[in-house]
Design a protein around this ligand. Sequence first.
Ligand code: PLP
Length: 403
Amino acid sequence: MSINTEEFYSILASKMEGSVIREILKLVQNPEVVSLAGGMPDPATFPVEDIKKITQKVLSKNSARALQYSTTEGLPELRRCILDYLAKDGNNGELENIIISSGSQQGLDLVGKVFLNPGDIAIVELPSYLAALNAFHSYGGELAGVPMDDEGMQMDILEEKLTQLKNEGKKVKFIYTISNFQNPAGVTMSLARRKKIIEIAHKFNVFIVEDNPYEKLRFEGEPIPSIYSLDNNGFVLSLGTFSKILCPGLRLAWVLGNKDIISKMAILKQATDLCTSILTQIIAYEYCKSGKLEENIRSNIQIYKRKRDVILNALDKYFPQEVTWTKPQGGFFVVATLPEYIDTGEMFKEAIEEKVAYVPGGPFFADGKGKNTMRLSFCYPSVEDIDEGIKRLGKVIKKRIKN
Ligand SMILES: Cc1ncc(COP(=O)(O)O)c(C=O)c1O
């Protein structure tokens, strides 16, 4: 006897396919392959000894609380700590404005859950973070893409798109943007565009979801105020995470914004996981209280800046002149654009034969374009591997270039 699982799937489960990135990561298990594919933080940035000490202390002094259930909104002292940290950059809020989530990925899922009915529209950047697109899709949301240039999302096109969708009677619920060192493009939205996007959101009466995991990982240039800090009308939800500044294994992040939306998120989160792990929340709280977070961020910046320099140098050295790429001032990613006639999805097999991996750009584009682009992550591999990986990839691309 066997059961035909296909017959039992919900419409959603039948529709959803595994992420391309996860499939690729399976292919690159071979240790000889240099992977520029995954966006994992460098383990050298994890403060292992501090976390060990704190965990031991928490479990010996406070185990009854640390191993118990907790409130859905999250530990008040951790929320307060995050609020103080965010307020330093003008991102103000009270306890009722913040909820702890199990990673920003859960925050994105809650955004989809709170806002999207089947057929509702989420505006996204072209390209954008694949797992966010999947989260929005999973609630039946439709995605409308707006292209970016080196100042981020193009506001004239955004305005045209919103006008067009309104005329078609479509309901746009929010604009999703990764304002700093975008995943995948590495691009940062300029101050003028941040002000403009708020103006547009007010005019068309839509929310802005500002996903900001990389903001603190700035290697050079002046920090730009967040969109959240520039808006005084509760139109912006800001997502932040400990994943890139501390470690992703704690699965801790937050959503800051309009108190009504936050309280709705708490209700919806109950159906998902009741609460985020209180053990990891206490650990993160103790870590933040010790004042070491800022120090850890400073040392992370040194590590990632060096890697960014190495990848940009290697791209100059090994990539053919027909290829262009973004030059991020922070974060984890570069996007390279190849001549139109090269499909990076098709080329992937050749790259694996040459023992190098990347993520083909197509899936990041909600409009089905971008097949000639690729995401290159410089966060995880060693500096030697980054240089070697780009060298191998340069060889693969050169074979495809038409004279
Ligand atoms: C833009 C963006 N948003 C959200 C996430 C999810 O992060 P978390 O580990 O907090 O779930 C990532 C992770 O790579 C990301 O790049």
